[in-house]
Design a protein around this ligand. Structure first.
Ligand SMILES: [Zn+2]
Length: 202
């Protein structure tokens, strides 16, 4: 028996009907959407919380991504990352059935939006994912960053994600992202979600 409102196990993820199997958007010309608002450094906790919540709302609306389990959000200074390596901008982990999400304060604001999407992406995989390799996990989370930049209209930044000459990350992020971009080229955004939630490539 499970009490009402309690997480009762992994439910099916329904990709929204408007996602198609078309490949990458042809409009990725690197010119920012006129509505794009550059975010300055995120130093205040209230702004940090606001951006994270807005990220969850935007990705939820765009991709039907909803986390069933509660999220505990932490806006942290670098010294709070005692158990982590240097240069980590965010972290997700499951703890006692909750998502714990940590995001570093004071970082570049456009990065902060991306890190929010990245960690939310890890949360999504934790609940619905049928993928297990680090390559797939980091690839999907990094692809979420790419999508978040697109949703904000930050096409200059988004473009750097699909240009191997511009994108510099540790190998697992880089290769993982290339794999997701390849899946998207073949099967659209729907293809990426199909792979992540079923393990079957489009
Ligand atoms: Zn990650």
């Amino acid at each position: 028996m499970v009490a009402p409102g309690t997480y009762a196990g992994r439910r099916a993820f329904d990709p929204p009907l408007w996602l198609t199997r078309k490949g990458l958007p042809p409009s990725l010309n690197g010119i920012d959407d006129p509505a794009f608002v550059h975010e300055t450094h995120v130093n205040r906790r209230d702004r940090g919380v606001e951006i994270f919540n807005e990220t969850v709302r935007m990705l939820g609306r765009q991709f039907n991504m909803v986390l069933e389990r509660p999220i505990t959000f932490h806006f942290v200074a670098s010294q709070d990352y005692s158990t982590l390596q240097d240069s980590v901008l965010g972290m997700h982990r499951m703890r006692e059935g909750h998502h714990e999400i940590y995001i570093l304060q004071g970082q570049d604001g456009d990065d902060y939006w991306a890190v929010s999407a990245h960690e939310f992406g890890h949360g999504f995989v934790a609940e619905y994912g049928k993928i297990s390799s680090q390559l797939d996990n980091e690839g999907f989370a990094t692809w979420m960053e790419f999508k978040m930049h697109m949703l904000r209209g930050a096409r200059t930044i988004a473009r750097s994600f699909i240009d191997p000459e511009e994108f510099f990350r540790p190998e697992v992020y880089e290769k993982g992202l290339r794999k997701m971009i390849d899946l998207e080229t073949r099967g659209g955004e729907l293809g990426v979600f199909q792979y992540v939630t079923t393990g079957v490539e489009p």
